[in-house]
Design a protein around this ligand. Structure first.
Ligand code: ZN
Ligand code: ZN
Length: 327
């Protein structure tokens, strides 16, 4: 694979900070698009010259989830079996099986989804964060026409959830964040209401915006016990909570069990937006090319490979949606 562009994702930051215990050294970068350069023996689904977006869930088609017709939950996803190495032969662990902060990388054919040509810095973002957020609303949350949706946390994933809710016809989309500029960006992507949680109670404000009832679907894009509880109590009876923000192992939750029972509904978590890359990426690229999905808004800056460290700083501070490395 010739990598054309690769986004700088929180998961790369987590690898860098030691939060992922795969074997060091890592080759980071996993949100990428580019062109197939050459293929190995037995590869049939892509050929040299294909423009592809990489994904980190190449479904196996064989495991118990796949066999039950739920490949988005595949328990045995494919990665390339041959490892890339440093010049001295040291094996590298590619982030999420991809490793795309490099001119070229080696992946499994199932990790490549052919899409129509489009700006790789923009559509490559479908390979991780944008798909995770958009899919949390569209696939996991099942947001549909006329629904009310609240999204807690308006970084890249939360904003993508807002964009997804708009795409599927939600009529009320409530963005919740602590920062005014993030709420403004959320509005530009389709939020119809905003809640500044530094000044008002998020649960109360979401209820007020939904006739006193709560939203049909509430998405926690932060992934902390406090925000999950807000999501839980800000949803309507029998509504759906989707957890897409990633908690740390130390976080715990204590709540009255009767509240889970009496409020009914669905409590879900969303990995990679429950996406199927071969189904979702081409469709979303089509919508982008038609001007119906403003993916370009997620590209805050375009940088070179030497600027990744500074991009991690900005990501850590929350001052960018996405820095994208162009190669
Ligand atoms: Zn499987
Ligand atoms: Zn990622």
């Amino acid at each position: 694979m010739d990598i054309a562009a690769c986004g700088v994702c929180h998961t790369d930051l987590t690898y860098r900070e030691g939060g992922i215990t795969d074997e060091f050294p890592f080759l980071l970068g996993h949100e990428a698009a580019g062109t197939v350069e050459s293929v190995g023996e037995g590869v049939s689904t892509v050929q040299p010259g294909d423009f592809v977006i990489l994904n980190w869930r190449a479904v196996c088609g064989q495991c118990r989830a796949c066999r039950r017709g739920r490949p988005q939950y595949c328990f045995d996803t494919h990665n390339a079996t041959q490892k890339m190495t440093l010049e001295d032969g040291t094996e590298l662990t590619p982030a999420l099986g991809i490793g795309a902060f490099a001119d070229k990388t080696l992946v499994h054919e199932g990790q490549c989804t052919i899409v129509d040509e489009a700006d790789p810095a923009v559509v490559g973002l479908l390979g991780c964060g944008v798909m995770a957020g958009l899919g949390a609303a569209v696939n996991t949350g099942g947001v549909g026409r006329g629904d009310s949706v609240a999204v807690i946390g308006c970084g890249g994933v939360g904003d993508a959830a807002i964009m997804g809710a708009r795409l599927t016809g939600a009529t009320k989309i409530i963005a919740v964040d602590l920062e005014a500029d993030k709420l403004a960006a959320a509005t530009a992507l389709g939020a119809t209401h905003t809640v500044d949680a530094s000044r008002e109670d998020a649960v109360e404000a979401i209820r007020q915006a939904t006739g006193g009832f709560g939203a049909d679907v509430v998405i926690d894009a932060v992934g902390r016990p406090e925000t999950w509880k807000q999501a839980f109590y800000a949803r309507d009876l029998a509504g759906t909570v989707v957890l897409v923000g990633v908690p740390t192992p130390a976080m715990t939750l204590e709540m009255p069990l009767v509240d889970f029972f009496s409020r009914g509904g669905a409590l879900k978590s969303s990995w990679y937006g429950d996406c199927l890359p071969d189904r979702d990426f081409p469709m979303l690229v089509d919508l982008y090319r038609q001007g119906r999905l403003p993916l370009e808004r997620f590209v805050t800056e375009r940088v070179g490979l030497g600027d990744v460290e500074e991009s991690f700083e900005r990501l850590h501070r929350g001052s960018v949606l996405r820095s994208v490395v162009e190669l």
